[in-house]
Design a protein around this ligand. Structure first.
Ligand SMILES: [Zn+2]
Ligand SMILES: [Zn+2]
Length: 329
């Protein structure tokens, strides 16, 4: 496979080059040198927000009931449709919120940005603006008390517990240092931020209405399968990147960090499970080593690149990856 010209491959020497675009871009997500000093206070007692426990608990009960209805009452096409919508919304998070906006690993033309923001809204992981802020903070202070979903505090906390707990004081304090000003000039992101709730309700209402309109599914079946079941399933798949990917797998690129490589997770999260590589080279649009792994998300970025909708794709050269692997892997 040849690398198209609009892909920028960085070499080890670029890291120290004053003119290289890479170091300044790394400001968005690279690990803060003081992060190791923050560490994790294992005696810190988290404060549970009970109304959020009730909210996520109810959502999951409805999700399980949605699975039951999907298996017993729904048309097969409704179940397939729900999965397809879930995967598409996952692309909104992976390709849009994560690789495009949080890490600036490529640039995108407005039509592509609008499409990704729509898919991200359907996913329902809250506004892209705050998602990016939290994710940049996660990379900057990985697995310390300043990381919103610090996996050192346990699997459950990094999976969903952090969403139902009061923020650690360090998350608040260091959160103020996270720069998201670049998002303020992006019309698609700011539109979503301004009208998030009505947009979310409108788009998901259309998602639920399609099976009723097109193949006479009952409204109740469609609500439970294409909303509650789909949302609960893909919510947990997405959250596995914060939990599972920081607990299980190999560490060929940096053995000193918790994030690890997982083929199974990458299959489920359409390409975001090679997490040891991603935390080592967060600005690489492939989120995986070239030639070793390939995902639907990477395929869609490459495809958009071919059609001129995505450009300036950044990736690490083979030599850069090998050098880093020998040094820290
Ligand atoms: Zn991570
Ligand atoms: Zn990331």
């Amino acid at each position: 496979m040849t690398v198209p010209k609009i892909i920028k491959t960085f070499k080890t020497s670029d890291i120290n080059s004053e003119n290289a675009e890479l170091p300044e871009k790394q400001e968005f997500h690279s690990k803060n040198k003081s992060a190791n000093k923050i560490g994790t206070d294992y005696n810190f007692k988290r404060q549970t927000i009970w109304k959020l426990v009730l909210f996520y608990g109810t959502l999951h009960v409805l999700g399980w009931y949605g699975l039951y209805r999907a298996c017993v009452y729904c048309h097969t096409v409704t179940v397939l449709y729900s999965i397809i919508v879930g995967v598409a919304s996952q692309i909104g998070i992976n390709m849009g919120a994560h690789r495009l906006y949080a890490h600036r690993s490529f640039k995108a033309k407005l039509p592509l940005r609008i499409a990704l923001v729509i898919l991200d809204t359907i996913a329902g992981m809250y506004t892209l603006y705050y998602w990016v802020r939290d994710h940049r903070q996660h990379h900057k202070y990985t697995d310390t008390d300043a990381d919103p979903h610090n996996s050192s505090r346990g699997f459950f906390f990094s999976h969903v517990g952090w969403l139902m707990s009061k923020k650690h004081p360090a998350v608040r304090e260091y959160g103020k240092t996270i720069d998201v000003h670049d998002l303020e000039s992006d019309k698609a992101v700011m539109f979503q931020k301004r009208y998030y709730l009505p947009l979310y309700v409108f788009l998901n209402s259309i998602i639920v209405a399609v099976p009723v309109w097109l193949w006479n599914e009952t409204a109740l079946n469609s609500i439970f399968a294409s909303y509650f079941f789909r949302y609960s399933l893909f919510f947990n798949i997405t959250m596995c990147v914060n939990s599972w990917a920081h607990f299980f797998g190999s560490k060929p690129y940096d053995k000193n960090i918790r994030p690890a490589e997982s083929n199974v997770l990458s299959f489920l999260v359409v390409g975001e499970g090679w997490h040891n590589y991603h935390h080592t080279f967060p600005w690489d649009y492939r989120a995986a080593e070239f030639g070793l792994h390939y995902s639907l998300t990477t395929f869609l970025i490459d495809l958009s690149n071919k059609f001129g909708l995505a450009y300036d794709l950044k990736c690490a050269s083979k030599q850069m990856v090998q050098k880093r692997s020998l040094r820290t892997g």
